[in-house]
Design a protein around this ligand. Structure first.
Ligand SMILES: *Cc1c(COP(=O)(O)O)cnc(C)c1O
Length: 423
């Protein structure tokens, strides 16, 4: 089969407006980090997410870095750049892309990972509460919404307020998702103290790359805009009074994101249809879809499944290799990922939890029961996973969720998964 027929996990879906906006930028020579596309994109984002200010940046990671710096300076006004979180514990979602967490290290903070709950696959409020008991000095929490499913923000916000902690909301995967809670409600990207979204190539809206800082505070927006352009002061020459970064978005990238943004609700509808089609297709299999709460409306960025414990065949994962043993009626993520690849489609394992990553293995990890690592062996002896995150990583996987996938192509994937559970 030709390469072009490959069914992708989530590839960029580009329309006509993107080309138009990029063309306008090139023809008018506004190709650098100033221009109409940037201004319009910022306006669109602020409006669609429901915040007062948006600052376009080169990536979601850059947006998260500047979120950390703002939080760090607020917690310690005298802190040095690159050390604004120095020696400070920062509670972080554990099962996420590592770009959620790396910026904590850019600012010399100490991530402590909070286990995942089973209802939305996000930060477990119970484990978060436990973490505040164990690390009572902590004043910053980084919470991500996995695969476009909002976290339990009512509980998380309540706990953070009680402990006087700031929230960085990593909404990189959750643009267009919303949450109707009793403590907080609104669009993802408006639910924290500092918010970031991403326009990376596989996100629900793409600029080919890029990200956005979101806030209601104009002083924070001004700081981020200044830091992102090497901290130039308002002077006739290049005047620098604090450390800056080259983090601003280009007007070309903004043109792509601006055009793509016009199709956000269409993309969500396509992704939702894919999710529901999988759910229907798998209703007789021992699997469940990635779950969400009724007060949350996901953007359905990626469709995932979790295999029932009883239906798992044996699977062992080392750091870089795996083995599994096929069994009739049972399967495992690695077997299914191979079966999906064999029909020229792309799946992906669940984000490997941060506390299991060699980079972060020495950092603290808290489950609802307490120190995650201290209890692990006892649970492993009982044949159970010591924490929810490791369990979802073990039994879950992301399915091809590309907007452009046809129903026939999706059927091919569904059949391939079904065969894994056959005799
Ligand atoms: C994609 C992603 C990021 C980073 O965004 P980039 O634009 O790729 O830098 C951060 N956090 C999460 C959860 C993501 O999925």
């Amino acid at each position: 089969m030709a390469k072009t027929n490959k069914i992708w996990l989530s590839s960029p879906t580009i329309h006509e407006e993107e080309l138009q906006f990029v063309k306008e930028a090139i023809e008018s020579n506004w190709v650098s980090t100033v221009g109409a596309n940037i201004n319009e994109l910022e306006k669109m984002l602020a409006e669609s997410v429901g915040v007062k200010h948006a600052v376009a940046l080169s990536s979601g990671t850059a947006a998260l870095h500047l979120c950390m710096k703002l939080a760090g300076e607020r917690l310690d006004p005298g802190a040095k750049p690159g050390q604004t979180l120095r020696h400070k514990t920062v509670f972080c979602s554990d099962m996420t892309f590592d770009a959620s967490v790396n910026p904590v290290l850019y600012e010399d903070g100490e991530p402590v990972f909070i286990d995942t709950e089973a209802d939305t696959w996000n930060m477990d409020p119970e484990a978060l509460e436990k973490a505040f008991e164990l690390y009572p000095e902590t004043k910053l929490v980084v919470v991500a919404h996995l695969y476009g499913v909002p976290a339990k923000m009512d509980e998380i916000v309540k706990i953070c307020r009680k402990h006087d902690a700031l929230i960085i909301e990593d909404a990189a995967e959750a643009l267009g998702a919303s949450y109707e809670g009793s403590t907080v409600s609104g669009m993802c990207g408006s639910l924290g103290d500092y918010m970031a979204v991403s326009f990376n190539g596989n996100k629900i809206v793409t600029g080919s790359t890029g990200g956005m800082f979101l806030t209601d505070d104009i002083r924070d927006a001004d700081k981020v805009r200044k830091w992102s352009t090497q901290s130039r002061e308002d002077a006739p020459w290049y005047q620098h009074e604090e450390l800056g970064y080259n983090y601003r978005m280009s007007n070309i990238v903004a043109g792509i994101a601006r055009g793509n943004m016009l199709h956000l609700s269409e993309h969500i509808a396509q992704k939702k249809a894919i999710y529901e089609r999988y759910r229907e297709g798998f209703k007789d299999l021992p699997v469940s879809m990635n779950p969400f709460e009724t007060k949350a409306e996901p953007n359905y960025w990626l469709s995932c499944i979790l295999i029932d414990r009883e239906a798992m065949c044996r699977q062992v994962r080392g750091e870089r290799e795996y083995l599994y043993i096929s069994e009739p009626g049972r399967s495992c993520p690695q077997e299914i990922l191979e079966a999906i690849a064999a029909v020229n489609a792309e799946g992906r394992p669940i984000w490997k939890p941060m506390h299991m990553q060699p980079l972060y293995r020495m950092h603290g990890f808290v489950t609802a029961k307490g120190y995650g690592r201290a209890v692990s062996n006892a649970y492993i002896d009982e044949g159970e996973f010591p924490d929810v995150g490791a369990d979802i990583f073990e039994r879950g996987l992301c399915l091809p969720s590309d907007n452009k996938m046809t129903p026939e192509q999706q059927d091919t994937v569904i059949e391939a998964v079904k065969r894994c559970f056959g005799d």
